[in-house]
Design a protein around this ligand. Structure first.
Ligand code: 1CP
Length: 341
């Protein structure tokens, strides 16, 4: 019988793991020929809605990369189906919303998640994975700001002008939307935990575009609300955002017990700022996946030297891009594992 590999979970207890835990954000995706093949027959949302295919896509990189955790294959937009928010995921663009959220009328049609009948495929995929995985499964969601940015802008954005305009000028609309998103995502994460996920990660990918003071005023209360929904679960709760070094302390205080650093961050400084109790995750620059091996090796050595203790999970500073190669990623995983003693 294959033993359960708990090195990822050990990183939250501060114990020395059997090996340094490694996983990669976006570890299932277009860089894999097998994923590209599946995508010829199924759209991204179709994969998410088919529990067996979803489970297979989730399992594939775990084996290929010898990863110490799996992340449910899905997208941050999927739970919006249960909230009655229509979206499409467009080839080469990302999530697109036909009717962006703009007025009090739009608020009436945004439902807080109270049941899961429209997204039961998530629970089913999670249960399949629970029975087939020998590593922990990470459930995930998008954080309220990052989700609101797509819902208000109508798609990917550079400056989030519409989102910020609503945040500053329409407090009732902003507060109502953020509250609904926070409570809904809290319940959605709980649903994943109850169906077999061992940990959760919240992606607040774009919140780094805000100042510390605006984060405190407009975001923090809703992150607290989201984490409150998870209070009874003693599991890893990782919060990740790009360009968030100025927000780390508030991110921790909102309720996370793990923080994902992007490649700009430094583990020594983060440890000093956040204390000994929190688990840190990251942070190889994904751009390095295209660099020569001797450069990658040096950068991994630097990260492992900066990390200092066992509350550490090796990852990238953001997701794997389609140009990356499986061989390089596997070499990285093997190399980090080889440095475990
Ligand atoms: O079919 C495809 O290859 C399209 C690309 C793609 C993929 C592989 C999209 C569209 N979503 C996904 C899956 C996905 N999305 C996963 C599971 C994969 C895994 O980790 O193994 C996860 C965790 C996400 C989460 C996600 N979606 C985030 C947060 C993480 C991050 O990278 O910052 C965000 C911001 C999205 C929105 C989204 N969905 C897809 C794209 C291209 C985007 C980004 C668009 C933009 O730049 O704003």
């Amino acid at each position: 019988m294959i033993e359960f590999n708990s090195s990822f979970l050990e990183a939250f207890k501060g114990n020395k793991p059997n090996r340094i835990p490694v996983w990669f954000m976006r570890q299932a995706g277009r860089y894999q020929p097998e994923y590209r093949e599946i995508r010829k027959s199924y759209s991204l949302v179709e994969i998410c809605k088919n529990p067996r295919i979803c489970a297979d896509v989730t399992l594939l990189p775990v084996k290929q990369l010898d990863a110490d955790a799996a992340i449910l294959f899905s997208d941050i937009m999927i739970p919006l189906i249960q909230m009655n928010i229509d979206f499409e995921i467009k080839e080469g663009i990302g999530p697109v919303i036909a009717n962006p959220f703009a007025t009090t009328n739009d608020l009436d049609s945004v439902h807080e998640i109270e049941s899961f009948e429209k997204i039961e495929f998530v629970g089913e995929a999670t249960r399949i994975l629970k029975s087939e995985l020998t590593v922990p499964l990470i459930g995930f969601c998008g954080a309220p700001f990052t989700l609101a940015s797509y819902i208000i802008e109508g798609g990917p954005s550079k400056n989030y002008y519409k989102t910020k305009a609503m945040m500053y000028n329409q407090p009732f609309l902003w507060e109502s939307l953020m509250k609904r998103l926070a409570i809904s995502m809290g319940r959605y994460l709980r649903y994943q935990l109850e169906n077999g996920a061992s940990a959760i990660q919240i992606f607040d990918s774009w919140v780094g575009s805000l100042s510390v003071s605006d984060y405190k005023t407009y975001i923090y209360p809703y992150m607290q609300l989201l984490f409150e929904e998870l209070q009874s679960f003693d599991v890893p709760k990782i919060l990740f955002g790009v360009n968030c070094n100025h927000l780390l302390r508030l991110q921790k205080e909102s309720g996370a017990n793990g923080i994902g650093l992007d490649w700009r961050g430094n583990f020594k400084e983060a440890r000093q700022l956040l204390g000994l109790e929190i688990t840190l995750q990251g942070n190889l620059d994904p751009a390095l996946l295209l660099a020569d091996w001797h450069i990658i090796e040096k950068q991994i050595d630097r990260i492992l030297e900066e990390k200092q203790d066992h509350r550490f999970i090796f990852n990238l500073g953001h997701g794997i891009m389609p140009q990356a190669s499986i061989d390089t990623l596997r070499k990285i995983s093997d190399y980090v594992h080889s440095k475990s003693n």
